[in-house]
Write a protein that binds this ligand. Structure first.
Ligand code: FPP
Ligand code: ZN
Length: 414
């Protein structure tokens, strides 16, 4: 081989090596510590996270002006993280948030990224989930459901998908936001559901994961959105689930955390986008009694859907459970956690509210066993001290389970 033909590592390969060695060093030094020091390192620094999150709901420095179109998201990331930690906010702050979100609500339905901004489906999802997380009559009754329905109808596109905003792009995230909001608010009907399943199916790629829109690359965020939407409209078994699960299991790498797509880097937010998809599938599979015919090496055999969570994937990839929940917790606690509060994408990055929210959501998912029968929902395995255990979520909406039930009760009564 000529010198000029020697393969050169790509930028991504070099970044991957660097992340692997940083994470590897963290695990190696942890392994050398005595057991009591290891135990301390694995502690979730609850109080520091709570201080960090509450601070973000009160006053943000001027550098946060870049989040000006995402302000309901800041409410959701922080309120949901606090709820996962079993912490609530005082009455004055609750009132301020309800008032602020009412300013973001468009008179014709939906929520914009800030007062007076055009309504957008993503900020609508964030605002509704913030109000569900706050709970109580004042928060829940502040949502204008009849105008919301009109807004969702206006965002519906002939393809079956939804636009994120008037004149905006059509994608799987918009479908999820529309269907999940309609489902929580109890305004989901056949008109909103029409053809959305076909739109999502058109986004499942050759790899098995789901992409943002037809013809693009499978990605964890969109896979979560696509699977959750298909479950909410009772069409999840139309997806190629064996291929989807294959793709999903290979997104957890030697760094112990998940990546969002093939050949990209580990990032703690995928603990929820990918980990939450496993929870969705396990939960959905526990409700199916039909048989699924799966071709393996040219032969077909019947597998009970209930087996998908454990036996089917174990047979195919010999990994045991669908993903390694303890390894994921190790990544989150040792590589993502800032001891002063907040969680970050990966070592070398800074903490932020988005990553704190999705790292904690993923931590909760990996600590629990998923079943449609909520009496069977229980802690599965908690790494470190038992005080690390977080509240369980409803994996379809990513809101704390008990808050979801309160809202569901409210919107079926009023
Ligand atoms: C409800 C709602 C609106 C949900 C959105 C779900 C969603 C699409 C999440 C993914 C967001 C994300 C971190 C993209 C990063 O892509 P990247 O290309 O920067 O990162 P990568 O290299 O890790 O792929
Ligand atoms: Zn991320």
């Amino acid at each position: 081989m000529e010198a000029s033909e020697v393969p050169v590592a790509t930028v991504t390969q070099r970044s991957q090596k660097s992340v692997e060695s940083q994470v590897g060093r963290i695990y190696e030094s942890f392994a050398k510590l005595p057991p009591d020091a290891q135990f301390r390192m694995l502690e979730l620094k609850r109080e520091n996270h709570i201080d960090y999150l509450k601070g973000g709901l009160r006053q943000l420095p001027s550098s946060f002006c870049v989040l000006d179109a995402l302000r309901p998201w800041v409410c959701f990331w922080n309120l949901h993280s606090l709820a996962l930690l079993g912490e609530s906010v005082d009455a004055q702050l609750q009132n301020n948030i309800i008032y602020f979100l009412s300013l973001c609500q468009d008179p014709n339905g939906g929520y914009g990224g800030g007062p007076g901004q055009m309504p957008h489906l993503a900020t609508t999802y964030a605002a509704v989930c913030s109000l569900v997380t706050l709970g109580g009559h004042k928060a829940l009754s502040s949502i204008n459901r009849s105008e919301m329905y009109m807004f969702l109808q206006q965002m519906k596109h002939l393809s079956g998908g939804f636009r994120v905003h008037d004149g905006g792009e059509i994608d799987v995230r918009a479908c999820y936001a529309a269907i999940s909001v309609a489902s929580i608010l109890n305004i989901l009907d056949d008109e909103l559901v029409q053809n959305v399943g076909n739109y999502i199916l058109s986004c499942q790629t050759y790899e098995g994961g789901i992409s943002a829109e037809p013809g693009t690359e499978a990605h964890g965020g969109y896979t979560f959105c696509g699977v959750a939407t298909m479950i909410m409209i009772n069409q999840v078994n139309q997806l190629d689930l064996p291929r989807l699960i294959d793709w999903l299991v290979f997104q957890q790498g030697k760094e112990c955390g998940f990546k969002g797509r093939t050949n990209k880097l580990v990032d703690c937010c995928y603990s929820f986008w990918q980990g939450g998809t496993f929870a969705l599938l396990q939960r959905a599979c526990s409700t199916f009694d039909q048989q699924l015919v799966i071709p393996v090496e040219g032969k077909s055999f019947e597998v009970n859907f209930n087996d998908i969570g454990y036996n089917f994937v174990k047979r195919r990839v010999e990994m045991g459970p669908l993903f390694d929940g303890l390894a994921l917790q190790l990544y989150l606690l040792l590589c993502s956690q800032e001891v002063d509060g907040g969680l970050k994408d990966k070592p070398g990055k800074s903490r932020d509210f988005y990553h704190t929210c999705y790292a904690l959501s993923g931590l909760s998912v990996s600590q629990h066993i998923w079943s449609d029968d909520e009496s069977l929902l229980m802690p599965r395995a908690v790494l470190g001290t038992y005080s690390n255990l977080l509240e369980p979520i409803h994996p379809l909406f990513n809101v704390v389970l008990e808050r979801y039930h309160e809202a569901r009760g409210f919107f079926t009564t009023f």
